[in-house]
Design a protein around this ligand. Structure first.
Ligand code: BV8
Length: 264
């Protein structure tokens, strides 16, 4: 982790009034949650081992997969939901919540845009989080769209019938955005506004291959914002940002916050 990149990032943030942040699965990796494209997965319950070996998450996160095999897809999502509930926010999540408070204390603002569905940012104290890809903590009736938050325990049946329209054979699905589905219009609007008005755009823990989320940092750069990426691995956008910091979020963000608190 190069000190000059960390110093440059801290310096850019020190002078910023509006900061936009995009996070991806990598910021939750240090909380023990699997990334979509990263290596390695947490230990699976024995009865689940066989189920996931031959499946690629990207093929399960689609309406077609749900239509073809609602039992498999809802089991996978409920397994992930329970994992997210058991996880704790890590130093990276907490540093972003602290950055939001620090900016607010001097009349600034932080727009936190996340691709993650685990709600760890909210549990870390971040507010106004824009969930670009929805959340795994809320499930929706496939017939009438009514949303419910299932209790913090594994679902009783798979696929889960919706309580409101069970008589009509309707199922519950996770309120996430699957591949091929449009992002919530309000979320896209909020993200575009943040990209257009921010002084600094931080991209953290994302492989920058999923669109339209990956495009917001380019929009910010086009609007004259300073752009910073934090990722242990390079991404397709590493060469297009002002500083690409090769580090884990849980290492780099607390260091940046330390430099903000003790300038000079
Ligand atoms: C849409 C939710 C309109 C569910 C997910 C151009 C424009 C528009 C669309 C497209 C386009 N080109 C292609 C498309 C289609 C598609 C797309 O982008 N495909 C890609 C794969 C080519 N986009 C869509 O379908 C979107 N819809 O645009 O609607 C439309 C409608 C019809 C037809 C066409 C368009 C919807 C996209 C949302 C899909 N839903 N998830 C769920 O979670 O199950 S996406 C999924 O990928 C997750 O949300 C995930 O967050 C997201 C992105 O992945 P990352 O977060 O970046 O995670 P990843 O594992 O990839 O990377 C982790 C990174 O962290 C790594 O780089 C690693 O090095 C790093 N890391 C690891 N440890 C750490 C770390 N970093 C920091 N610290 C660490 N400790």
């Amino acid at each position: 982790m190069t000190h000059d990149a960390l110093d440059a990032a801290a310096h850019a943030l020190a002078g910023a009034r509006r900061v936009a942040v995009l996070t991806g699965a990598g910021i939750s990796a240090e909380s023990g949650l699997r990334t979509f494209r990263g290596a390695g997965t947490p230990d699976l319950p024995p009865d689940m081992q066989a189920l996931w070996k031959e499946f690629d998450p990207q093929t399960l996160a689609t309406p077609e997969a749900f239509g073809a095999n609602p039992d498999l897809v809802t089991r996978w999502y409920d397994w992930r939901r329970i994992g997210c509930l058991a996880a704790e926010p890590n130093a990276g999540h907490l540093a972003l919540a602290e950055l939001e408070r620090r900016l607010a204390s001097r009349g600034g603002e932080l727009s936190l845009l996340t691709q993650n569905v685990d709600r760890l940012h909210q549990r870390a104290g971040s507010t106004g989080v824009v969930e670009l890809h929805g959340t795994i903590m809320v499930w929706r009736c496939t017939r009438c769209g009514v949303e419910t938050e299932p209790p913090a325990q594994p679902m009783a049946e798979f696929p889960p019938r919706s309580p409101c329209c069970a008589g009509r054979g309707s199922l519950l699905r996770p309120a996430v955005v699957w591949f091929g589905e449009s992002l919530p219009a309000a979320a896209v609007l909020a993200a575009a506004r943040a990209a257009e008005t921010c002084d600094v755009f931080l991209s953290i823990g994302t492989s920058s291959v999923v669109y339209p989320a990956a495009a917001f940092i380019l929009q910010a750069a086009a609007n004259g914002a300073k752009t910073i990426e934090i990722n242990p691995e390079p991404t397709p956008l590493s060469g297009r940002v002002d500083w690409s910091i090769r580090a884990k979020a849980g290492d780099a963000l607390p260091r940046i916050m330390e430099k903000l608190a003790n300038p000079g």
